[in-house]
Design a protein around this ligand. Structure first.
Ligand SMILES: [Zn+2]
Length: 349
């Protein structure tokens, strides 16, 4: 493990390894970036470097830059490092969203009780290492009353405590909480980096390429699901589109009703449609089909490209983009689905 395992996050790794090396470690960090790019892996590497009893000095931290200060990585072999890897280090606490106690199938969230437990534990001295490290995964999923309680810990941080909040966007938490954290940004990986990482995990070349593109540089997402599921999702996205184009309002409202409660599924549909219209656009421009996610559907793409004007295709891509932004802005998934399908349908009519 350690920072060696982190790919494509040179800037974040540089900031964190230098913090360990200099001893100027912030009380709280917010790791902000899309899921599946290595935020949690980096948080664990950071915790390991902080807790390691024989850390290694890196001559120059990955990422370069003008400042050639030293960085530090965990040794990976000492007792503390092995405990971190096995998830049993007493000074490392991982927190994530849980369902309500009364309803194990209810909505998961970071609850007041969990934060109170964190507070209580943060007051104690480290058991073995020099630090106590708390990693709060999906920190944006706090129940409404939780950030206020959490603020107390952030305002008067117990000594030798490091809290790492993992979230997708800064606006998931109130500014009062975020302003007390050092924000570390995470970015999607380059396509070649993603392909290499997926191949190193045993995926064959063409599948790795397909999923690197489909996951948009988020290898964690590509690894989290069976490649077969991705193919099924694409089939569903394209068949809904064909059905609505052919059948009009009936199928439109049927799909909006049956899928409209699931934000993640609607996001995935819109992403698929965006890639599909982009592939048609590339096909119309005479692009190399091997470079497209949907390169395996060349005949269908060519036919679709011939049947649409440039203007129509740009409009369709615009509709997908607007729908994506609406979802990120908390518009209901059902309304978003109705709107985008209406726009695509009106264009098709
Ligand atoms: Zn170590």
């Amino acid at each position: 493990m350690g920072f060696d395992a982190v790919r494509g996050q040179a800037r974040a790794v540089e900031v964190l390894t230098r913090a360990v090396a200099s001893g100027r470690v912030a009380h709280a960090y917010a790791f902000v970036g899309p899921s599946g790019v290595g935020r949690k892996l980096t948080a664990l590497a950071f915790a390991q470097a902080l807790l390691c009893s024989a850390p290694l000095t890196l001559p120059s931290p990955p990422g370069g830059g003008e400042d050639k200060g030293e960085g530090v990585n965990a040794c990976g072999t000492c007792r503390a490092c092995r405990k971190v890897e096995r998830g049993v280090h007493p000074d490392l606490m991982l927190i994530g969203p849980t369902p309500p106690e009364s309803n194990p199938r209810g909505t998961v969230a970071i609850r007041l009780d969990t934060i109170r437990e964190l507070e209580r534990w943060a007051q104690l001295c480290p058991a073995e290492g020099p630090w106590k490290v708390f990693i709060v995964d999906d920190a944006g999923k706090m129940t409404p009353e939780t950030p206020q309680a959490f603020l107390k810990t952030l305002e008067e941080p117990p000594p030798r405590t490091v809290i790492i909040l993992i979230l997708s966007q800064t606006r998931e938490l109130p500014a009062t909480v975020l302003s007390r954290c050092q924000v570390v940004r995470f970015v999607p990986l380059e396509e070649e980096e993603t392909v290499a990482l997926l191949e190193a995990r045993g995926m064959d070349g063409p599948t790795a390429r397909l999923l690197a593109r489909a996951s948009q540089g988020r290898p964690g997402l590509a690894l989290a699901q069976d490649p077969g599921v991705w193919v099924e999702q694409r089939e569903q996205a394209l068949s809904i589109l064909a059905e609505v184009e052919a059948g009009g309002a009936g199928p439109l409202f049927k799909w909006a009703e049956s899928l409209g409660r699931d934000r993640a599924q609607v996001e995935q549909l819109i992403a698929n449609w965006w890639f599909w219209y982009r592939a048609i656009l590339c096909a119309k421009a005479g692009g190399d089909p091997r470079l497209l996610i949907h390169g395996d559907r060349q005949a269908q793409l060519t036919a679709a490209a011939a049947g649409r004007s440039w203007e129509e295709l740009f409009q369709d891509l615009g509709s997908c983009r607007d729908a994506w932004q609406a979802l990120q802005g908390n518009v209901s998934p059902r309304l978003t689905l109705e709107t985008i399908l209406s726009r695509l349908l009106l264009r098709a009519a």
